[in-house]
Ligand binder design. Structure first.
Ligand code: GUN
Length: 283
C-alpha cells in the first residue's frame, strides 16, 4: 500500500513560510499584494480564484480580485493589466485561465510585467526557466517538485514519465525534472505505447484532465505517482487522472485528489507573491 503524499500538511508548511516572510516584509513597510483578474463565469475558475484569495488572507498577503464580465474586450483587459503593472503597491498580477474565446490568451499573458508574473507564464519567465536562470516557476509543476522532494526519494537518474504537454503543467514539469537529473519522457495524446511507457516509470506525473485515465497496469510497482488532474467522476465527486484505489496498491508514494497537488499549487503562488514583493522592494 502506497504512502500518501499529504498535500494538506505540506501546503500548510509552505504557506506558514510564506506568511512568516510576508510578516517580515510588512515590518519593513512593504505589504505584499496580489491582483487576480478573472473574466467571465467559469465555475471552476471562480472556485480557484476564491481559494487564492483565501490563501492570501491566511498568509497576510493583500489581494484584489478583479471580476470582469464575459463580454470584456481584449483592449480593456490589456489596459487593466497595464494599470496593475504600473501600480507600485501591487507585486503580483495573475490572469486566471482559460479566458473567453474572443480574447487572445497569449497576447494577454505577454502583457504582464515579468517581475509581477507570479504564475511564471510569460515568455520571459518561461525562457529563464528553460535556461535554468532565476525566475518565477509555474506554481503547479513547482508544487509537484516539492511533493516529490517530500518523499525523500532521489530523482537523479530515475525514469520519469509526464503525461500531458500543456504549457502550464506538462512542458514545465518535464523541464524541472530534467533539471533535477531525471530522464524524462513527455507523453501526450498521440504517444504510441503509452501504457508500456508509463509502466516503466519510476516517477509518473499525470496531467491529462481525464478521470481514471491512469489505470493500475500503467503503474510500476514502487513508483512515485503525482496526480495533477482535477476532474468530476461519474459519481459527481472530485477525482484525479489516476485510478487512486487501484494505483495505490502498486505505487510506493501517491498524491490524493482532493488534498494533493491543487493545494500545493496555491501554496507556491503565495511563495511567488512574497518573493515578487521582496524583489520589487529591493529588500
Ligand atoms: N487555470 C488553471 N490553472 C491555472 C493557474 O495555475 N494559473 C492561472 N492563471 N490560471 C489557471
Amino acid at each position: 500500500m502506497a504512502h500518501l503524499i499529504d498535500g494538506k500538511t505540506l501546503a500548510a508548511e509552505y504557506k506558514a513560510k510564506a506568511a512568516a516572510a510576508a510578516a517580515a516584509l510588512r515590518e519593513k513597510g512593504v505589504a505584499p499584494r496580489l491582483a487576480v483578474i478573472i473574466v467571465g463565469e467559469n465555475p471552476a475558475s471562480k472556485t480557484y480564484v476564491a481559494g487564492k484569495a483565501r490563501d492570501c488572507a491566511e498568509c497576510g498577503i493583500l489581494s484584489d480580485v478583479l471580476a470582469l464580465p464575459e463580454t470584456t474586450g481584449e483592449a480593456e483587459l490589456l489596459s487593466r493589466i497595464a494599470a496593475l503593472n504600473a501600480d507600485a503597491a501591487v507585486h503580483g498580477v495573475l490572469v486566471q485561465l482559460p479566458l473567453p474565446a474572443h480574447i487572445d490568451e497569449s497576447r494577454v499573458i505577454r502583457a504582464i510585467a515579468p517581475e509581477k508574473d507570479v504564475d511564471g507564464f510569460t515568455p520571459v519567465n518561461v525562457g529563464r526557466m528553460v535556461l535554468g536562470e532565476p525566475c518565477f516557476l509555474p506554481c503547479t509543476p513547482a508544487g509537484c517538485i516539492e511533493m516529490l522532494r517530500s518523499t525523500g526519494q532521489p530523482l537523479e537518474g530515475k525514469d520519469a514519465v509526464v503525461v500531458g504537454r500543456s504549457n502550464i503543467v506538462g512542458k514545465p514539469m518535464a523541464l524541472l525534472l530534467t533539471a533535477r537529473n531525471a530522464t524524462v519522457t513527455l507523453c501526450h495524446s498521440r504517444t504510441e505505447n503509452l501504457r508500456e511507457k508509463c509502466a516503466a516509470a519510476d516517477i509518473l506525473v499525470a496531467a491529462v484532465g481525464k478521470a481514471g485515465f491512469i489505470t493500475a497496469d500503467m503503474v510500476k510497482p514502487g513508483a512515485v505517482v503525482i496526480d495533477v488532474g482535477i476532474n468530476r467522476g461519474a459519481d459527481g465527486k472530485l477525482c484525479g487522472d489516476v485510478d487512486f484505489a487501484a494505483a495505490s496498491e502498486k505505487a510506493a508514494y501517491i498524491t490524493p485528489v482532493p488534498g494533493g497537488v491543487g493545494l500545493m499549487t496555491r501554496a507556491m503562488l503565495m511563495q511567488n507573491t512574497v518573493r515578487a514583493a521582496r524583489l520589487q522592494s529591493g529588500l
